[in-house]
Design a binder for this molecule. Structure first.
Ligand code: ADP
Length: 311
């Protein structure tokens, strides 16, 4: 098993973003120069890092979040939602810029238009990562996404304690340095992210199946790859075993898929840290993802272990 298992205080350390999602329903989007009236404002805690931490903690994982929020009402909302889920927020840094915000308009067909102001997320620095060595030394698994600066993601890969596993969801997709790619175990991508990353690596995805994407991604260095396939579940590929297997999702009535990928990845990361094989961890994670799409919203839809079992 792994080296720091006995000393691990946290099943999962999430390094990532925290945003306030400001949502307004509109009949139609304003044209340039135009003003339209919308619904009452709804404010929800979000951001991929904050979502993953809440998802893991709600499942019962001992979870810590390393993120940056502003010294403002949105930052307090985010800290409160983390604490309510049981996340250790000792690593959440406060100040330096306003809390990240996503301005979201939703039209009657359910389509979103989103403007993100990264705010404090853009000020989570490599130095902040180096200053959090105690957290890194206490975590079995570290999970990171790309809503924070790429240099901070690269420092996160370098800061891993021996035996700690890195789970990376490259969202929003961006070119990844080679040392980050090779540290991933696994790289977790949806279809869009898989095509983007293969594209910038110079690999043609036209006509290729997800199995081909996963095998090709493995040749670029990750020790394992997981491709999420929406209602079809996921596909896992492991360079150690050479296995490439599909993991079907339970069938559910999907209400809102917001945050499903975050719930999936958090669940996967937690179970890998408990020592499960990749396919077994993914089999649990697809159930968590499926449960998450049966409820409205992101964090509000994340299930407990009992709710996953009841699916
Ligand atoms: P993302 O949300 O990042 O775009 P996916 O759409 O692949 O990624 O969804 C992530 C995971 O959420 C899937 O692997 C699956 O477990 C779950 N999921 C998403 N949509 C559905 C659905 N309609 N029915 C069941 N599970 C779903």
């Amino acid at each position: 098993m792994h080296e720091n298992e006995d000393s691990a205080l946290y099943d999962l350390l999430v390094v990532g973003s925290a945003n306030a999602d400001l949502v307004i329903g509109v009949d139609r989007r304003p044209a340039p120069g135009e003003t339209v009236l919308g619904s009452d404002l709804a404010v929800h805690p979000g951001g991929k890092g904050a979502n993953q931490a809440v998802a893991a903690a709600r499942l019962g994982a001992r979870t810590a979040l390393l993120a940056r929020v502003g010294d403002d009402a949105h930052g307090r909302l985010l800290l409160e939602s983390q604490q309510a889920a049981g996340v250790d927020t000792g690593g959440v840094l406060v100040g330096g810029a306003p809390t990240g915000v996503a301005l979201i308009t939703v039209d009657p067909s359910g389509d979103n238009s989103i403007v993100v102001s990264p705010g404090a997320n853009a000020r989570l620095t490599p130095q902040d990562i180096r200053a959090a060595a105690a957290l890194f030394g206490a975590a079995r698994v570290v999970s990171v996404q790309l809503e924070i600066p790429l240099e901070t993601v690269a420092e996160t890969a370098r800061a891993l304690a021996p035996g700690t596993r890195l789970v990376l969801n490259p969202s929003p997709p961006a070119p990844l340095p080679e040392d980050v790619l090779t540290a991933c175990d696994p790289l977790v991508v949806n279809e869009h992210e898989a095509r983007y990353i293969l594209g910038i690596l110079g690999d043609d995805t036209a006509g290729a199946a997800p199995e081909d994407w996963a095998r090709t991604l493995l040749t670029h260095g990750p020790r394992s790859v997981v491709v999420t396939l929406g209602a079809a579940g996921a596909l896992v590929a492991d360079s150690r075993t050479g296995d490439c297997v599909r993991v079907p999702s339970p069938e559910v009535d999907a209400v809102d898929t917001t945050g499903a990928g975050d719930a999936f990845t958090a669940a996967l990361a937690w179970r890998l840290g408990l020592g499960e094989e990749l396919a077994a961890a993914a089999a649990f994670a697809v159930r968590v993802g499926a449960a998450a799409v049966t409820g409205q919203g992101a964090q509000a839809s994340f299930p407990t272990v009992a709710e996953v079992a009841a699916l």
